[in-house]
Design a protein around this ligand. Structure first.
Ligand code: PEP
Ligand code: MG
Length: 588
């Protein structure tokens, strides 16, 4: 029977293929008596050596393929592998119990895991899966069986899993992995980031998916809509094949038509079209679509999926790599926006009752100068290698902007004292994503060089609709007159002060809103690379005088429905309605 399941679309595109169900059930571990504990210990040491070789290879491959950050998890595994306490306990148990080492190791790991899971601090709970990962690796060598992995898939498939560990994703057969679907996960999970960066359609957070799919069953993934269809009927497959063909054709046409140079409206007004990135590995995608710079580099992704804070040096390397690759185009480095839906156990950014209103972004940074200052140092140092701009998230008042700027000045003074080069003209901007910042945009405009409106958060805060709660997703409404008035207020303040004002929330990548946003006075749009060609084409079809009139008309409307009807009529009139992004899920 056909079943349609919903999750979070984290990488757009449609794929229809057989499912490869990746179940990580652990193998049966034998138990038998032994004569010689020494012999067992030798077997154990040999298996540990072999596991060390595997991990060292994985570190190398991952560093080369994806960058050092992604390899860090395997360094952590290497440390666990050589944990003296574990080795000592294995030895003691072998002597005391006189059982085979597989049985001893398995029992030990399970006991440790249970104890770690019971601890409140999630850092310990996260380490449980690392411990089991390492134990499985050693057991695999002892038992001469290969741990289930995704290294080489027998045929092109959609990988269906409950959850994928960093080891699983990093060693995945990229050629044959056509799509990804998981029971758990969020847009910020390691596998989601990877899928997006590699343009593999993916849906995560599809509850109970892996228990509904039989191996080899044909499934459809619509990464734009966040839909997974299991046991699809012929008519459904037909329908999706059509949608897939249209999506691919449109993508190819848009890419081939993408010109270099700035985006221009039909009447010649230049609008900066830039990309949002999370990790340096996404740079090629931005270059491919001729982005005119990076409008938002979410640097907090460097801090996720790992057990420690990246050093100033590592950050400097990452930021300068992006600055160099894009030079002379601008790269906007946003200071870490940790908290909210991005929890980081090793920084004690843990669950809170109201995480979106909690300890996040600059609030966190101001409380943790030990993390904030090295990041600012790394950003300033990177500014010597390209056109770097620094941007602060979640600014809610003038004091806060002054506070973060004061820290930046202290860091500048340190660099001056040490004769470290950096761009003394580096531009400093404020994100406008909190309603209070909108109301005082005129005051903030006097104290920074540019604005970037974060509509993702601005919509959530102004409409009081949690952006990650699917139950109220229908209330998350970019076209709400309240939101439009806020955007208008911010652009007016920016124009009055002569500073540029862009948008880097998802609204910037939805062609339905392009004409309206331009009419409201937005001068740059930053979005994920995959949608940029569509927005460029959209801009080319817009005339500024008409856009201004659309903005005036929309600002006079009472409901989001009226606004959207107007915008749909406008796109129809310009003939740019297209289903390429019909449901890239940009509404929230
Ligand atoms: C936003 O809030 O619109 C934004 C771009 O930032 P983030 O999505 O990272 O919160
Ligand atoms: Mg935000």
């Amino acid at each position: 029977m056909e079943i349609s399941l919903h999750g979070i679309g984290v990488s757009p595109g449609i794929v229809i293929a057989p499912a490869l169900v990746f179940l990580k059930s652990r193998w049966e571990v034998p138990q038998y008596d032994i004569e010689s504990p020494e012999r067992e210990l030798c077997r154990f040491n040999r298996a540990v050596d072999a596991a060390r070789e595997d991990l060292t290879r994985l570190v190398r491959q991952t560093t080369e393929g994806l960058g050092k950050t992604h390899a860090d998890i395997f360094y952590a595994h290497l440390m666990l592998l050589d944990d003296v306490a574990i080795h000592e306990e294995v030895r003691e148990r072998l002597i005391a119990d006189r059982k085979n080492v597989e049985h001893v190791l398995d029992g030990l790991a399970k006991r440790y895991a249970k104890a770690m899971e019971a601890v409140e601090d999630p850092r310990f709970r996260e380490r449980t899966s690392d411990l089991m990962d390492v134990t499985d690796r050693v057991l695999g060598h002892l038992l001469h069986v290969e741990k289930p992995n995704l290294k080489s898939l027998p045929q092109p498939s959609i990988v269906v899993a409950h959850e994928l560990s960093p080891s699983d994703t990093a060693s995945m057969d990229m050629e044959n992995t056509l799509g990804l679907a998981m029971d758990v996960g969020s847009a910020t999970s390691h596998s989601a980031i990877l899928a997006r960066a590699l343009e593999i359609p993916a849906v995560v957070g599809v509850q109970h998916l892996s228990s509904h799919v039989a191996p080899g069953a044909t499934i459809i993934i619509d990464g734009s809509e966040g839909v997974v269809i299991v046991n699809a009927e012929d008519a459904t497959i037909e329908r999706y094949r059509g949608a897939q063909a249209r999506f691919e054709l449109r993508r190819a046409t848009l890419l081939s038509a993408t010109e270099t140079g700035p985006s221009r409206t039909e009447d010649g007004v230049e609008i900066l079209t830039q990309t949002n990135i999370e990790l340096p590995i996404e740079i090629p995608h931005s270059l491919k679509v001729n982005a005119e710079g990076i409008g938002l580099y979410r640097t907090e992704f460097l801090f996720l999926n790992r057990n420690e804070v990246p050093s100033e040096e590592e950050q400097y390397e990452a930021y300068s790599a992006v600055a160099r690759a894009l030079r002379p185009l601008p790269v906007t480095l946003r200071t870490i926006d940790i908290g909210g839906d991005k929890l980081v156990a090793h920084l004690q950014v843990l669950h809170e009752d109201n995480p979106q209103l909690g300890w996040r972004a600059v609030r966190f940074c101001l409380a943790r100068p030990d993390i904030f200052k090295p990041q600012l140092r790394a950003m300033l140092r990177a500014s010597a290698h390209g056109n770097v701009r620094i941007m602060f998230p979640m600014i809610s008042g003038v004091e806060e902007l002054r506070d973060v700027r004061r820290v930046l000045d202290e860091v500048r003074a340190d660099l001056d004292a040490a004769n470290v080069p950096y761009d003394r003209d580096v531009k400093v901007g404020s994100m406008i994503e909190v309603p209070s910042a909108v109301m005082i945009a005129d005051l903030l405009a006097k104290e920074c060089d540019f604005f970037s409106i974060g509509t993702n958060d601005l919509i959530q805060y102004s409409l009081a609709v949690d952006r990650v709660n699917e139950k109220i997703a229908h209330l998350y409404e970019p076209a709400h007159p309240g939101v439009l008035r806020m955007i208008s207020r911010v652009t007016t303040a920016a124009v009055a002060r002569g500073i540029p004002c862009g948008i880097c929330g998802e609204m910037a990548g939805d062609p339905l809103y392009t004409e309206l946003l331009l009419g409201l006075g937005v001068t740059s749009l930053s979005m994920s690379p995959i949608v940029l060609p569509v927005i460029r084409a959209e801009i080319a079809s817009i005339r500024m005088a008409e856009a201004r009139q659309v903005a005036i008309d929309a600002l006079g409307m009472s409901t989001a429905r009226e606004v959207k009807e107007l915008l749909h009529r406008r796109s129809e009139a310009r003939g740019t309605v297209d289903d390429y992004l019909a449901g890239v899920g940009l509404e929230g």
